[in-house]
Design a binder for this molecule. Structure first.
Ligand SMILES: [Mg+2]
Length: 388
């Protein structure tokens, strides 16, 4: 191992921004945005950046106190080896959950770092740049505290804005209550007859409710029904899919190839949605894609958070393929969260550029997005540093 590729320093940054207007979904409302960023620096000073999806304070402790001491001095280029090292260190008490989320941010930072050291972009290291652009779908239409009639009007207005911005697809929230959900879906389809639409309940329904909601979505030509059921009731997915024609998408709460193997084995999931900042990182997402491919299932990452995770998902899709594939086929779409987030939109000198509903795949080394560390500092709640 060249001494320049040894991991020399690991820093974490807990960033927070308060929202002017809270927004919600079936489970709760957000009034702040938080993220945990990881910076892994090699001995030559090259730095890679990663992001964890979930509770930032917990991630900060997990990385600073548990994983970082084990990775210092290791070969920065050995992403799989480092993943195994972290996995075996925590396997006995954490086969998943926040420890795996912490590993995900570490792994993402290591992919960014490896790309910068080797002067290759992440999609090239993932197998090749199949495409220079990735079509996006706009995620938004969250709930707000207002009378339901007003909320539906507001959601239809928001969706129309995305259409005017050039998006051909969008995803809404369902799971507020059955009357609202149905009225919302019908109003949107009436207002935007040509828009590709998906709906996400964030595991809000029991099986009979999910069947009824799925039929409403089918009648309104929705493309997929996301997280219709609790991730704990894996076998209900097959029961639901047997009743519906609309494809079922899920997986943002799932982790590792082992978790996805159990989930996909049910035969009730048509689209797998690991989050690269939670599922085990880019390394594990590639293994999940291979596993899904062997079952004829496509992987469309869940992407929430900042440009680090968005860039990771963009590279993942740009290096991907569709099962079973054919000459004339629509590309898999990148999730592009449109809810307010200064941590995503204000802290990058080079972001993932999205125009007319299409993302340009970054061409710089690693993730190809550049953090503005000066701007970042005004959002830092707490930071840590560990050196060799
Ligand atoms: Mg979702």
């Amino acid at each position: 191992m060249s001494s320049t590729t040894k991991i020399a320093t690991i820093r974490t940054y807990h960033l927070r921004d308060h929202l002017e207007e809270p927004f919600g979904f079936s489970q709760w409302y957000y009034d702040t945005r938080n993220t945990l960023w990881v910076e892994i620096v090699a001995e030559d000073g090259t730095a890679g950046w990663g992001e964890c999806y979930g509770p930032s304070e917990v991630y900060q402790t997990a990385i600073d106190r548990f994983y970082a001491p084990r990775l210092l001095g290791q070969d920065a280029l050995a992403t799989d080896r480092n993943w195994q090292l972290m996995w075996r260190a925590s396997l006995d008490f954490a086969r998943g959950g926040v420890m795996m989320g912490a590993m995900s941010g570490m792994d993402m930072a290591l992919w960014d770092l490896r790309g910068k050291i080797l002067n290759q972009s992440v999609c090239e290291m993932m197998g090749g740049r199949h495409s220079d652009t990735v079509p996006c779908y706009a995620t938004g239409m969250y709930f707000k505290e207002m009378p339901e009639d007003d909320l539906i009007r507001s959601i239809v207005d928001e969706a129309s804005t995305y259409q005017q911005q050039g998006f051909a697809a969008l995803k809404i929230k369902v799971g507020k209550n059955p009357n609202f959900d149905t009225q919302q879906v019908e109003s949107l389809r009436h207002a935007l007859p040509d828009m590709t639409m998906m709906a996400d309940s964030n595991h809000a329904f029991d099986l009979p409710e999910a069947i009824r909601m799925g039929r409403v979505l089918e009648a309104n030509d929705f493309r997929w029904f996301e997280e219709p059921l609790s991730p704990e009731f894996e076998n209900q997915f097959r029961q639901l899919q047997d009743k519906l024609d609309i494809p079922i998408a899920t997986g943002e709460c799932e982790q590792t190839r082992f978790g996805f193997e159990r989930l996909l084995r049910t035969g009730g999931v048509q689209i797998a949605q690991p989050d690269l900042a939670y599922c085990g990182g880019p390394s594990e997402a590639l293994k999940i894609r291979t596993l899904a491919s062997a079952k004829g299932i496509n992987v469309i990452p869940h992407a929430w958070g900042t440009m680090l995770n968005l860039a990771s998902a963009t590279h993942f899709l740009a290096s991907g393929y569709r099962e079973p594939g054919r000459k004339e086929i629509d590309a898999l779409m990148l999730e592009y969260d449109r809810t307010p987030n200064a941590l995503r939109d204000e802290l990058f000198d080079i972001p993932v550029v999205v125009e007319n509903g299409v993302a340009t795949v970054p061409t710089g080394p690693g993730l190809g997005v550049i953090v503005n560390e000066q701007k970042m500092q005004s959002f830092v709640v707490n930071q840590t540093e560990l050196k060799v």
